[in-house]
Design a protein around this ligand. Sequence first.
Ligand code: ZN
Ligand code: ZN
Length: 343
Amino acid sequence: MSAPFSWIRPEPWGVQIVPADCWIDPGRAVDRALVTHGHADHARGGHGETIATPETLAIMALRYRTGIENGEGEMPSKATPVQYGETINLPGGVKATFVPAGHVLGSAQILLEHAGERVVITGDYKRRHDPSCAPFEVVPCDVFITEATFGLPVFVHPPIEQEMAKLLGVLAANRDQCVAVGAYALGKAQRVIAELRAAGHDQPIYLHGAMEKMCRLYEEHGVDLGELRLVAEAEKDDMRGHIVVATPAALNDRWSRRLPDPITAMASGWMRVRGRARQRGVELPLIISDHADWNELTSTILEVNPTETWITHGREEALLRWCELGQRKARALAMVGREEEGE
Ligand SMILES: [Zn+2]
Ligand SMILES: [Zn+2]
């Protein structure tokens, strides 16, 4: 009888499912990969086979041309779609089930079952309502491998309604300018747009060209984003009194000169840190995150109530300490290359 959970092996660049000889979110090309979601620090091209939700595979095909070619002369990747709730059999007697993670379109936690043991890998997740993706589901398990991007008690994200009211208030008070919202192209941009619609904002929203395809992909998967127009096709004056959504990089470069007196906003969990907003020249910081905040991280561990909690992805120390204070067995995994994209 081998040691408990020894069939799951965390390495700095991914988590290996030993008996199945496959990897979760590997940072380098492998024969067979299970991918939680489309952000670049989890999904990369070049795997022999990529197993993911249909939405994640579509995002990967758009971003990295997985399944078409990867530009490195490697063989095209085989794409195997798995629906939410569907269980697949991996080699070595391992079952894998994809469960919504509430992070971005198609994002999944992966439940692995082997030898009577259950391991859940959250990937990135959040518990807040998000009109642009399916909500997180609590899955009971023995080992819970959780992200900890915002794993400090200081990180408590405000309600999204409050941030939307702030944005719409600034827009209404400055009808002869535009508000340019910096948001990452996968996930954050579409969530901001969907939340604006939910808040009753039915005006056209202007887009940086780099977001167009991803917004269309969301719409093809049933997320209604309302009327979108491209900045490149608009007259400067038409954009006065409107919201523009652009990549953070575009707002800091000459591209932004085509906007009419923009008020610069940024949608990110890091906007909680005043210095970061100031550093980036953000006039209107919007604390909007697609990651669990401290309260979501800790309440999720209580709800899932695993035998062991393995912590990855960011600020592990505080969450590790919190687990220990609550007599919960926990360990920090040293994963490399997990970046802040999407935040
Ligand atoms: Zn992510
Ligand atoms: Zn991540």
